[in-house]
Design a protein around this ligand. Structure first.
Ligand code: BF8
Length: 673
C-alpha cells in the first residue's frame, strides 16, 4: 500500500487542547495517544453522528424501515408532508423517540431505586448485617410521606412506634410504588398543591413506576399512538414517575441507610490518585456497592495488607455518580467526570476499577487490557464480553465479603504495575453534601430550619434567582467547557446554582465548589450572601437520582412563602449544557413538568420535527408553566435562563427590589472610590 494511502487509512487523533478545557484531561489524552491507547476523544474524530438521528426523525420501530425523514436544507416550507412507510409523520416519529428516551432514563433511575428499596427491605427485616439504618430522623420523615403511622396509642397516650416496625412497613410501601394496582404514586403529594392540580387536570399523575415505562413501550410500538400530544402526555407521566417516584425513593432510602449528606470537604480531579498508594476507582451509580468498598478499604485489615505489599495506603476515588454518592457522605475525592473514565486507567496507577451500572464505557475493557488494571463488573445487569473483565457479583446478603474480595484483588495488583505511572498533578478543593436538610440549616439564619432566609434574599434581590445546572459530558463538544461557562455566567449575574451529576464534578474540578470561589466569580449580591453564610455559590446536591433533592428544595421555597404558590411562579431555571444520556431527557421532562424552564445544550432530539419541537418549547409553558429550550452557545444559554428568572421576578413584582440592591451597591462603590 502506498505511504499516502496508509496515512489516509490511519484513524485521526483528537487534539487534546480542543477536546477539553481541563488540563489533566488534556495531559492524559496526549499520554494515551503516546502509548497508542485509543479513547473516546479519538473515536469521536473518526465517527460522525447521524444528522437524522440527532434530529429525532429516524424511525426504526419496525423492520420496514428504518424510515429516515431528513429536515430539508431550507427548512419546512408550507405543509410538512414527510412521512414514514406507515404514514407516521415527523411529529409522531420524534415524539415516539423522545418518550422512548424518557422510558430508558426513568427505567435506569427507577431500577436503581428498586435495588436500594430491596436492600432497605433486607435491612428492615434484619437479613443483612452489613447495612444499617443511620438516619432515624429521616426514616420517620419519609415514613410520614407514605402515610405510615410513626406514633401509636398506648393507654390513651400517643407514644413513638417501634422504629423497626416502621422500617418494615416503609420498605413494603416503597417497593409497592413500582407495581401498585390502583391509585397514584405517593411522591407526587409532596409537590405544591397547585402543581398537583395541574398534573391531575392533565391526566399525568403516575399510577405506578413500572407501568408508566411499559405503557411507553406499548404505545410507541408500530401502529399505536399517533398523536404527538398524547404521546407526550405519557412521556410526562413516566418522567414524573422517575423524579417524584423512583429517583426520590432512591435518594430517601439511601439517606436513611447511608446518612443524609451535610457539607463535607474533599478534592476533585485525576490528581487525587496517588502513586505510592493502591488506587481503587469506583464507577457507576448504585451506592450500595460503593458504601461497602469505602468501609472495606478503610478497614485496618485492608490497610495493613496494602502496607505489606509496599503501598502507603489505599486511595479510593470515584467517577460519575458513584463519585458524587461517596463524596457527599464520606468525603471520598472525585477522580473525574464521565469523559475521564478511560483516562483514570491511562495513569497506569489504577489498580482496580470497580463498576456497576450506567455510564460505563465498554472500551474500559480495551484500555484496561493495555495496563495492569483489574476491571471488575459487579452487577448482574452490567457484564462485558471482553475476556480480561472479572465479574464478582455483589449481593446485599454478603456485601462486605464481596467488598473485601474486591479490595484484596486491588491490593494484590499494586505490585504488578507494568507501565510508567503518570498522574496529572491537577486537583481542586471542594465542599460537597448540600442536601435539602442541610441547606435549610445553612440558609436558615435566625429562622433555623426553614428556607425563609433564601426567599428573603431572592425577594430583596441579592440573589437574582436559582438555577439547577446538571447532567453529563458529551464528547461532541469540548469537555466541561459548556458546564463551566454556563455556571460562571450565572453566578456572575447573582444566580445561585444547585448542581448534581457530571456538572457537579466539572464545577468541583474548577474550584467552583469551594467557598472562596464566591469572591472570585460572583456578582456582588450573591458574593455577599456566600461570604456571610460561608457557602460556595454552587451547591453540590449529589448524583443524578438526587435531582429529586432539587425538586424538594424548590417545593420548600414555595412553602416558605412570598414567591407565589407553585414552583413555576418563582425565579428558577434548569440547564443541562452537555447532556448525552436518556436519563437527562427524563430529568428534563420531569423538571419542566414540575414548572421549571429548562435549557439543553449540544443538540436537541426533536429539532427535526418543528411542530412537535414548538409544542415542547412554546405551548408547554401554557400547560405546565415550565418549558424546554435549546441553546448550544453557553453564554446565550445562561442568558436565556437569566431572562426567564427576570421575567418571573417581574411577574412577582420583585424586580424593583433588585434594582434597588444594585443601586445600593453602586452608590457604596462610588463612596468607597
Ligand atoms: O447519572 S450526569 S454522564 S454519570 S447520566 Fe452519566 Fe450523565 Fe454523568 Fe450520573 Ni447522570
Amino acid at each position: 500500500m502506498a505511504e499516502k494511502e496508509k496515512a489516509a487509512k490511519k484513524p485521526k487523533l483528537a487534539d487534546p487542547i480542543a477536546a477539553s478545557v481541563d488540563r489533566s484531561t488534556q495531559v492524559m489524552i496526549a499520554r494515551a495517544q503516546e502509548l497508542g491507547v485509543e479513547t473516546i476523544f479519538d473515536r469521536a474524530e473518526n465517527m460522525k453522528a447521524c444528522n437524522i438521528g440527532t434530529q429525532g426523525t429516524c424511525c426504526k420501530n419496525c423492520s420496514m424501515g428504518p424510515c429516515r425523514l431528513p429536515l430539508p436544507k431550507a427548512g419546512i416550507v408550507g405543509e410538512d408532508t414527510r412521512k414514514g412507510l406507515c404514514g407516521a409523520t415527523a411529529n409522531t416519529i420524534a415524539a415516539r423517540n423522545f418518550i422512548r428516551m424518557i422510558a430508558g432514563g426513568a427505567a435506569a433511575h427507577s431500577d436503581h431505586g428498586r435495588t436500594v428499596a430491596e436492600v432497605f427491605r433486607a435491612v428492615a427485616n434484619k437479613e443483612t448485617k452489613d447495612y444499617k439504618i443511620k438516619d432515624f430522623e429521616k426514616l420517620v420523615a419519609v415514613a410520614k410521606n407514605f402515610d405510615i403511622a410513626t406514633e401509636i396509642e398506648v393507654d390513651g397516650k400517643m407514644v413513638d412506634r417501634d422504629l423497626d416496625e416502621v422500617a418494615v412497613e416503609l420498605s413494603e410501601k416503597a417497593l409497592a410504588e413500582w407495581g401498585k394496582p390502583s391509585g397514584t404514586i405517593s411522591g407526587i403529594k409532596r409537590a405544591p398543591k397547585a402543581r398537583q392540580e395541574i398534573w391531575k387536570k392533565m391526566g399525568v399523575e403516575p399510577r405506578n413506576i413500572d407501568r408508566e415505562i411499559v405503557d411507553i413501550m406499548h404505545r410507541t410500538h408500530m401502529g399505536v399512538d399517533q398523536d404527538y400530544k398524547n404521546l407526550m402526555k405519557q412521556g410526562t407521566r413516566c418522567a414524573l414517575a422517575d423524579g417524584w417516584g423512583g429517583s426520590m425513593i432512591a435518594t430517601d432510602l439511601q439517606d436513611i441507610m447511608f446518612g443524609t449528606p451535610s457539607p463535607i470537604l474533599s478534592e476533585a480531579n485525576l490528581g487525587i490518585m496517588k502513586e505510592d498508594h493502591v488506587n481503587i476507582i469506583v464507577h457507576g451509580h448504585e451506592p450500595v456497592l460503593s458504601e461497602m468498598i469505602v468501609a472495606a478499604s478503610q478497614s485496618v485489615e485492608m490497610v495493613d495488607l496494602a502496607k505489606k505489599v509496599g503501598a502507603k495506603g489505599i486511595q479510593l476515588g470515584g467517577i460519575c455518580c458513584t463519585a458524587n454518592e461517596m463524596l457527599q457522605r464520606h468525603g471520598v475525592p472525585i477522580a473525574g467526570t464521565f469523559l475521564q473514565q478511560e483516562l483514570a486507567i491511562v495513569t497506569g496507577a489504577c489498580d482496580a476499577m470497580v463498576v456497576d451500572v450506567q455510564c460505563i464505557m465498554q472500551n474500559l475493557a480495551n484500555v484496561a487490557a493495555c495496563f495492569h488494571t483489574k476491571l471488575i463488573t459487579t452487577h448482574p445487569m452490567g457484564k462485558m464480553e471482553q475476556d480480561n473483565v472479572i465479574h464478582i457479583e455483589f449481593d446485599e446478603h454478603h456485601a462486605m465479603e464481596d467488598a473485601i474480595r474486591i479490595v484484596t484483588m486491588a491490593v494484590e495488583n499494586y505490585g504488578k504495575r507494568d507501565k510508567e505511572v503518570m498522574i496529572p498533578s491537577f486537583k481542586a478543593s471542594q465542599v460537597g453534601g448540600f442536601s435539602v436538610e442541610s441547606i435549610k440549616y445553612h440558609l436558615g439564619g435566625t429562622f433555623r430550619g426553614t428556607y425563609y432566609t433564601l426567599n428573603d434574599n431572592i425577594i430583596n434581590g441579592r440573589i437574582r434567582g436559582v438555577a439547577g445546572v446538571v447532567g453529563c459530558n458529551n464528547v461532541r463538544v469540548k469537555h466541561n467547557d459548556g458546564h463551566l461557562a454556563v455556571v460562571k455566567e450565572l453566578i456572575k449575574n447573582d444566580v445561585l446554582v444547585l448542581t448534581t451529576g457530571c456538572n457537579a464534578i466539572a464545577c468541583a474540578m474548577e474550584g467552583l465548589l469551594a467557598p472562596e470561589s464566591a469572591a472570585a466569580f460572583c456578582g456582588p449580591g450573591l458574593a455577599e450572601i456566600c461570604e456571610t453564610v460561608g457557602i460556595p455559590p454552587v451547591l453540590h446536591m449529589g448524583s443524578c437520582v438526587d435531582n429529586s433533592r432539587i425538586l424538594l428544595a424548590a417545593t420548600e421555597v414555595v412553602k416558605a412563602g412570598g414567591m407565589g404558590n407553585d414552583i413555576s411562579d418563582w425565579p428558577v431555571a434548569g440547564s443541562a449544557p452537555e447532556w448525552m444520556s436518556e436519563k437527562a431527557i427524563s430529568i428534563g421532562e420531569y423538571v419542566v413538568a414540575s414548572g421549571i424552564y429548562t435549557v439543553f445544550g449540544v443538540t436537541f432530539p426533536t429539532s427535526g420535527a418543528p411542530v412537535f419541537n414548538d409544542y415542547l418549547m412554546k405551548e408547554y409553558e401554557n400547560i405546565y408553566g415550565g418549558m424546554w429550550d435549546f441553546e448550544a452557545d453557553p453564554i446565550k444559554h445562561a442568558h436565556k435562563m437569566i431572562a426567564h428568572i427576570d421575567k418571573k421576578r417581574k411577574e412577582l413584582g420583585i424586580d424593583k427590589a433588585r434594582e434597588r440592591v444594585m443601586m445600593d451597591m453602586a452608590s457604596r462603590q462610588a463612596l468607597e472610590g
